[in-house]
Ligand binder design. Structure first.
Ligand code: HEC
Ligand code: HEC
Ligand code: HEC
Ligand code: HEC
Length: 427
């Protein structure tokens, strides 16, 4: 057996290789363990996790950037963020939203630090749904939902408002123990479950958008319990969400002038972002809104929630070689064009309401034709509202904004034609 020596030699090599691999794996695992061990947050944070200022003691640079709030010098055209009134910027909203609280009072959003203060100061008429209005505003909310169950959503607003102190904060996006990104809001977890998906399996890059999708999405309140719910079961795009509401025969309000059964969209930022050039290229919300910034001698993810136009040198030039001025101009061009299309859509809807009203005032008008016009109004206004309530004035996904505004304008003209036909007027 002269090969025996060779076999032994080979076996030894294999054994050494296996041992070496095991040792390396052991080293790596232990290194991961020890790093993870160092990442465990102090007991004080774990116990008082709703209090962002406690986290702030251990993460002073994050805390400082989080508290920057609004700076006058950073006012930009469509973005951050004095608390400007949308009703002054877009007067037609009063007519389109008539019958809802939005027609009386509707502000631009501000940074996260103001959330509890701002919801407290708006008219009680806009908070009739109750505790549900707090779902996205304070760190105490996940615990209140656990404690009160569905009653949290339907309890009178002032009763639940007494129990919140801390605006959107660290524990809304971070696990109090490990500091890893986490989903704290049940509405997102449940929406994923209903689609057969497990949100806890998301990758790190997905989480850098999903933490925002807890709140920057459209939602509605279930009719019976008032539970905050994401209407995503048929898909996340405007037409799919409309199909979901139609199937449920859900109507949010009846327009006082046209008597149309309407829906109300609410900032579908995440939904519209899906499928955009940036999202398709693997970019996440945090890449632009929480860029790495230098603080002293270290780098942190910025926690100043504001317009990326104010932080263009950090937010965009990491990937784009163009100058900050060029990028600013691109954003402005996209936004100005988007605003023009948005205004055309809104003016079409104003006409729709007027034409339906005219037909209603015409004796002997065809009631079936009138119903058809109202149904088209519902669809047209939904598509428009979907785009109009999304933040960024078209930047997040310009093509999709144009698509649904185009559909809205087309549906609007069909509604006008149907209303005229129903009263026998010339087309
Ligand atoms: C490619 C960069 C980029 C990505 C990715 C991105 N945004 Fe934006 N976002 C912007 C820009 C640019 C604006 C417009 C700011 C302005 O008008 O001054 C904006 C505006 C906003 C605003 C309104 C800010 C204001 O000041 O009024 C919100 C809220 C927002 N984005 C949330 C999100 C969310 C949530 C996601 C992920 C689903 C996201 N963004 C992804 C660039 C980005
Ligand atoms: C709206 C969600 C959100 C909130 C609120 C939030 N963070 Fe973060 N935080 C993030 C994201 C996203 C990252 C980037 C994580 C990654 O890339 O894996 C991050 C990263 C971090 C990191 C890791 C280091 C770094 O800079 O990337 C620390 C530490 C941190 N946050 C602390 C805090 C503290 C302290 C608070 C409260 C004052 C807070 N965060 C509030 C979303 C949030
Ligand atoms: C727990 C709910 C919640 C989460 C999570 C959340 N937001 Fe917000 N966000 C809000 C609310 C509410 C406002 C409006 C606050 C106000 O106007 O008082 C807001 C406002 C903003 C603004 C507007 C700032 C301005 O100055 O106009 C930006 C930008 C923003 N959020 C980005 C993000 C991004 C990016 C993420 C994820 C990393 C995120 N948000 C996660 C609820 C949330
Ligand atoms: C993480 C990388 C990344 C960041 C951050 C980023 N972009 Fe981009 N951007 C891309 C990629 C990738 C594309 C697609 C390029 C292509 O297809 O050639 C793109 C495309 C664009 C386009 C063309 C849009 C279109 O629909 O074709 C504009 C405008 C743009 N980015 C502006 C910005 C601005 C403004 C910011 C900061 C607020 C920003 N980007 C931040 C990676 C990024």
């Amino acid at each position: 057996m002269k090969n025996r020596g060779l076999v032994i030699a080979l076996a030894s090599v294999v054994a050494l290789f296996v041992l070496g691999a095991m040792y390396t794996a052991f080293r790596i695992n232990n290194r991961e363990l020890s790093e993870a061990a160092r990442k465990i947050n102090p007991q004080e944070i774990q116990q008082r996790y709703t209090e962002s200022e406690v986290w702030g003691k251990y993460y002073p640079r994050h805390w400082e950037s989080f508290n920057k709030g609004f700076q006058e010098k950073d006012q930009v055209k469509y973005g951050a963020s004095k608390r400007l009134s949308k009703l002054e910027e877009m007067p037609y909203l009063k007519k389109l939203y008539a019958g809802t609280g939005y027609a009386e009072e509707f502000y631009e959003p501000r940074a996260h630090v103001y959330a509890v203060q701002d919801i407290g100061s708006i008219s009680p008429k806009r908070k009739k749904t109750g505790g549900a209005c707090l779902t996205c505003k304070a760190t105490e909310v996940p615990d209140l939902i656990k404690k009160y169950g569905d009653k949290f959503y339907s309890a009178p607003f002032p009763e639940m408002y007494k129990m919140v102190k801390h605006p959107i904060g660290c524990s809304d996006c971070h696990d109090p123990k490990t500091n890893a990104l986490r989903i704290s809001r049940p509405a997102l977890i449940k929406a994923f479950q209903r689609q057969g998906k497990d949100v806890t399996k998301a990758s790190r890059q997905e989480m850098r958008s999903l933490v925002c999708a807890q709140c920057h999405v459209t939602y509605y309140f279930l009719k019976d319990t008032k539970e905050t719910t994401f209407p995503w079961d048929k898909g996340l795009k405007a037409d799919q969400v409309l199909a979901y509401f139609d199937q449920k025969k859900f109507t949010e309000f009846t327009h006082p002038e046209s008597q149309s059964p309407l829906l109300k969209a609410r900032h579908p930022d995440y939904e519209i972002f899906l499928g955009s050039t940036h999202q398709a290229a693997g970019v996440a919300c945090a890449d632009c809104h929480m860029p790495y910034v230098k603080v002293g001698d270290s780098k942190i993810s910025s926690h100043w929630f504001t317009s990326p136009v104010s932080t263009i040198n950090y937010s965009c030039t990491k990937c784009h070689r163009e100058s900050a001025d060029y990028l600013k101009n691109r954003v402005a061009t996209i936004q100005n064009r988007h605003k023009q299309l948005l205004d055309i859509g809104a003016n079409t809807l104003v006409q729709v309401i007027d034409e339906i009203k005219k037909t209603m005032d015409t004796p002997g008008a065809d009631q079936k034709g009138l119903e058809e016009a109202r149904k088209l109004h519902r669809e047209a206004q939904w598509m428009w509202d979907w785009v109009a309530t999304a933040n960024s004035m078209g930047f997040h996904n310009p093509q999709e904004g144009a698509l649904f505004l185009g559909k809205s304008i087309d549906l609007g003209h069909k509604a006008i034609a149907a209303a005229r036909k129903a009263r026998g007027a010339q087309q």
